[in-house]
Design a protein. Structure first.
Length: 147
């Protein structure tokens, strides 16, 4: 599944960059987050989160690693997670640029692959649930940065 979007945030690019590359900040907006642990500062962290796809609910333990950090313009990360009987792999990119009137434009994209029990039982819901969670995440991040 591929997802992408553009979010306009009323804040300077440096502030947006610092917020979005801080796992402690971002974890405040992650839907279903139960635990976040920094493994290697500015390099790798682990999250545990529960996600529901209709009547199917799973708790994923996911390792997230920064592949590229080009402050304050571009970041790339990869994630690998597992839940009983299921797995998830994702890569994502974010690009920041200056918008009009002091805004920062966040252009993001993600490729997500889910396999196993969740993929077979909830395949019809994966796209819509993932999009809903993504929208919730970015709305929260935008509100917190702009506050």
């Amino acid at each position: 599944m591929q997802f992408k979007g553009i979010v306009s945030i009323q804040a300077p690019r440096d502030k947006v960059w610092k917020s979005l590359t801080d796992p402690a900040f971002v974890s405040q907006c992650a839907p279903g987050l139960e635990k976040m642990e920094i493994i290697v500062p500015e390099e790798k962290f682990r999250v545990v989160a529960s996600v529901g796809f209709g009547s199917v609910k799973a708790t994923f333990s996911t390792d997230v690693e920064w592949l590229e950090l080009e402050a304050p313009n571009h970041a790339k990360m990869k994630a690998h997670g597992s839940a009983p009987g299921s797995g998830m792999d994702a890569t994502s990119d974010m690009y920041l640029s200056d918008g009009s009137n002091g805004t920062t434009e966040l252009n993001w994209q993600a490729d997500v692959i889910i396999v196993g029990t969740i993929a077979s039982l909830a395949s019809r819901l994966l796209g819509s649930v993932t999009q809903k969670l993504t929208n919730s995440f970015f709305n929260c991040v935008k509100a917190k940065i702009e506050a």
